[in-house]
Each structure stands twice: as structure tokens, then as C-alpha cells.
Ligand binder design. Structure first.
Ligand SMILES: O=C(O)CCC(=O)C(=O)O
Length: 273
């Protein structure tokens, strides 16, 4: 795994709100991630999350059939598959996320497999952090290509630097590709940058960087394994997102989100010296 970051990569992430790392995984690691994904997806039997069909705040477009054909979205596979658990709890990933976002500690918010099936809809321009149950401009995600991600099958696109200009207002992933520019009219002329990736390459993006993906115009699959990271020390903001009904009942706005079973601390400068 190419887990050592250069100063330039950190700087690029800070400036542009994303960075691509080519050939992040070795061929053996890529095989292992794919195996983990296949096993974990098969075990889920269509459930989006352990024990739950829906995710609060996702797919809230009226037309669920449209959203369901943007990608197959399976969340927190680390919680019910040993291989995926080993992958996601790897402190090297946590250290990269901490270095890029310049924080002392990193917790998993949630992992997710995002599988664009043949002929899938595009992923409209959106932000991530506003979906989540905490409010932090430094939150970020890793996105690992498990198939070649191409212009034809749905590679990612970013609007560089928008992480410095967006707020927590988010129209979400709906049918209107450009809905976000109704909210952020001042960003409508920004140039987008594509991020085609070979299988095994990855990107990190800040959750407030505007990003999206092409439709899948092919009969093949575009599989990606991703993980959203929460800087340690964050508190509950009243949004349910991936939290269970039981957790919501016991949480008060302002409570620390530090449940190791839900949001494990995978790297901290205080522990990993
Ligand atoms: O894979 C996609 O189509 C979109 C990915 C995305 O929005 C994300 O990882 O935050």
C-alpha cells in the first residue's frame, strides 16, 4: 500500500479538497479488497446497513427507483465481515486521513461499497458532510477503485477548491445533475476535473468538496470501496444518518461521538506515536 504521503499531496488536498493516489494498492491487496467486497456484499442480501434497509438522509429523492440506480450502496460492511474489518481498521488509512485533514485523531464514520451497476445513473454533484451526524469542515473520505473507473463507466469528478466555499447546505443526490448550483450560484462557472483511475488507485476528498460521477454507459460494473472519516472529538448534531433508532434515543445534541463499536478510533497521534 502506498500509504506515505508527500508534502505536495497534503498541500494539494488542503488547497483543492481532493487528491488522487495512483496504484495505491498492490495487485495482491487489490485481490484481497475485491474478495472482501464480494463476500461482504453476498452476506448482506440487499440490506444497506447491518439490519436496516434504508439510510436516513440518503435516497431522499422522491423517486427511489432513480436513486437506487445511481449505485448499489452498502454501508458498514466492516461491522459484519472480518476481511473488511481488517481493511477498514488499518491504522495506515487512519494516519493518511489524519495527515490530509490535519487532525490528531480519526474515527470511522462509515464505510460504503458504491457499485455502479451496468447502465447506472450518474451521481449528481453533491457534498457529503451535510448528510452526517456531526458538523466538521475537515471530515473526508477515501474512494478506492476496485475496477478501472473510466469516463465510460462512471469515474469521479471534482470541483477543486470548493471545499473552502461551500456551507452545509446540500440539495443531495437527485435527478437534477446540477441542482447544487441552485444553492451555490457563485460556483456555477468553476471548472471540473475528472478522476479516472485504474483499479487499485484511490482518491481522498473533503466532504465539502463538490463532487459527482458519470453514468455507467457500459454493460460492466464499476465497483468502489469507500470510507468516510470523522475527526476525533466531534459531537452529535441531531442528524440521524447511519445511527440506529436506539442510539438516537440515548444521544443528546452535543454528546461526544466516541462509541468504539460504531465509530472506532483508527488513528491518533496520542496512541500511535
Ligand atoms: O461513487 C460515486 O458514484 C460517488 C462517490 C461519492 O460521492 C463519495 O464517495 O462521496
Amino acid at each position: 500500500m502506498k500509504n506515505e504521503l508527500s508534502i505536495d499531496q497534503i498541500q494539494k488536498f488542503q488547497n483543492d479538497g481532493y487528491v488522487v493516489i495512483e496504484d495505491f494498492l498492490s495487485l495482491e491487496e487489490l485481490d484481497y479488497w475485491r474478495e472482501a467486497l464480494d463476500e461482504a456484499v453476498a452476506k448482506r442480501k440487499g440490506y444497506k446497513m447491518p439490519g436496516r434497509k434504508e439510510v436516513y438522509g440518503k435516497g431522499d429523492d422522491d423517486d427511489k427507483t432513480y436513486y437506487n440506480n445511481v449505485f448499489e450502496q452498502l454501508i458498514n460492511l466492516w461491522q459484519d465481515n472480518e476481511k473488511m474489518r481488517a481493511i477498514m481498521l488499518d491504522e495506515r488509512l487512519g494516519k493518511m486521513a489524519a495527515q490530509l485533514s490535519q487532525v490528531d485523531g480519526i474515527r470511522i464514520w462509515h464505510d460504503q461499497a458504491l457499485i455502479k451497476k451496468p447502465w447506472a445513473n450518474p451521481t449528481s454533484w453533491h457534498l457529503d458532510t451535510p448528510y452526517w451526524s456531526f458538523t466538521d469542515r475537515r471530515a473526508l473520505s477515501i474512494w478506492v477503485a476496485l475496477d478501472d473507473a473510466t469516463y465510460e463507466n462512471g469515474c469521479l469528478f471534482f470541483l477543486p477548491g470548493t471545499n473552502h466555499r461551500t456551507t452545509f447546505e446540500n440539495p443531495g443526490i437527485g435527478k437534477n445533475m446540477g441542482a447544487i448550483f441552485i444553492t451555490y450560484q457563485d460556483l456555477v462557472n468553476n471548472k471540473s476535473v475528472s478522476a479516472p483511475m485504474k483499479a487499485g488507485s484511490c482518491s481522498f476528498h473533503n466532504g465539502l468538496t463538490i463532487h459527482g460521477a458519470n453514468a455507467n454507459m457500459t454493460p460492466g460494473f464499476r465497483r468502489a470501496m469507500t470510507c468516510a472519516y470523522m475527526p476525533d472529538g466531534n459531537t452529535y448534531n441531531g442528524t440521524q444518518n447511519i445511527l440506529s433508532d436506539e442510539q438516537i434515543i440515548s444521544l443528546r445534541v452535543g454528546d461526544l461521538l466516541n462509541d468504539e463499536k460504531q465509530n472506532p478510533l483508527i488513528y491518533s497521534t496520542k496512541i500511535n506515536t
